[in-house]
Design a protein around this ligand. Structure first.
Ligand code: AMP
Length: 312
């Protein structure tokens, strides 16, 4: 993407992790994962103004941080603490559509207290990746006046930390979550009704991610649907939602405005980055992409969803 001076700053808070992924393609251990890993790498294709706040353990290879720096990501907010890096173990069903968490080893996350550098406190866009909502709240208390706070969460936090999550939602502009999580949070199966319920908790918009069925944006003005790219080869859906969020927020930082048209385009950029993520394990699907490849897939999605209005 072109460099534009109007790029807004994007602060990403989330997990940097090792993942063990089991499923139809066998068990893959010790893969680089974590919400902040996918989000920041996806966003960095659109703007060089991405900073990450996270924690890693003594076992975390420096090469991954160097790779992020080479992409232009500010990693000065990634704290190295005594102990092991967060480790998540997940298992996918044969259809790759459903997954269960087998194990969550918090490691250094257990004692993590995010402390923002002064330069990070003025971030214009803040993306609270999926971590304990108590930590998301800590970050919100430190940022000064962000134009947009977007929050991701998961079923674990909805189940065990609902009170903290509700405090985060009260300060969130855009909530991103998947369909199952939206139903759980709202206590409502119908997604339109679930979205209406969630909008009463604080956010002015909610994005419901539906895997290979695309994503829906609900806001006061109505609903917008972003399709998912029908792919011939899907290896690992881990990080799809985070790469979607990274593409979306990265594009908003790049565009420099929050108009309804820009937000729609950002939803499609999210879908583009999510589609690359699922083609390979770990961050491999979003490693080494070019602007030309991102543009090509954006154009393919535009073609896929394009239709003319007719009058009957
Ligand atoms: P996604 O597939 O986009 O929902 O995100 C998957 C990523 O979330 C994996 O790389 C995990 O390391 C990370 N993750 C899973 N559970 C948690 C958790 N409880 N807290 C923080 N990150 C998590």
């Amino acid at each position: 993407m072109h460099q534009r001076s109007a790029h807004r700053s994007l602060l990403v808070v989330g997990s940097v992790a090792f993942d063990d992924i089991d499923g139809p393609f066998g068990l893959h251990k010790d893969l680089l994962g974590g919400s902040a890993s996918f989000i920041s790498r996806a966003a960095a294709y659109f703007t060089k103004n991405v900073s990450v706040v996270a924690v890693i353990g003594e076992d975390f290879p420096a090469k991954y941080l160097e790779e992020m720096s080479a992409q232009g990501i500010d990693v000065s907010g990634i704290e190295r603490a005594k102990g092991d890096t967060f480790h998540w173990v997940g298992k996918y069903a044969d259809d790759l559509a459903t997954r269960e968490t087998i194990d969550t080893r918090l490691g250094v996350f257990a004692d993590f207290q995010p402390k923002l550098h002064d330069s990070h406190k003025d971030a214009q866009l803040v993306l609270l990746g999926n971590i304990d909502p108590a930590l998301q709240l800590d970050v919100l208390k430190q940022v000064r006046a962000p134009a947009l706070v977007a929050t991701d969460t998961m079923n674990l936090w909805i189940n065990i930390k609902r009170a903290d999550l509700e405090k985060v939602l009260a300060k969130t502009h855009t909530l991103m979550l998947n369909d199952e999580e939206a139903r759980l949070l709202a206590g409502e199966h119908n997604l339109r009704k679930a979205a209406a319920h969630i909008l009463k908790l604080g956010p002015s918009s909610v994005i419901i991610k539906r895997g290979d069925a695309g994503a829906l944006l609900f806001h006061g003005g109505g609903v917008f649907a972003a399709p998912a790219m029908p792919l011939a080869d899907v290896q690992d859906p881990t990080g799809a939602g985070d790469s979607f969020a990274g593409g979306l927020m990265g594009y908003l930082a790049y565009a420099g405005d929050l108009s309804p048209t820009t937000i729609r385009t950002a939803m499609i950029m999210g879908s583009v980055m999510g589609s690359f993520a699922v083609e390979k394990f770990t961050v491999d699907g979003i490693r080494g992409l070019t602007t030309a490849r991102i543009q090509q897939r954006f154009d393919e999605l535009s073609e896929l969803a394009h239709f003319e209005r007719v009058r009957l």
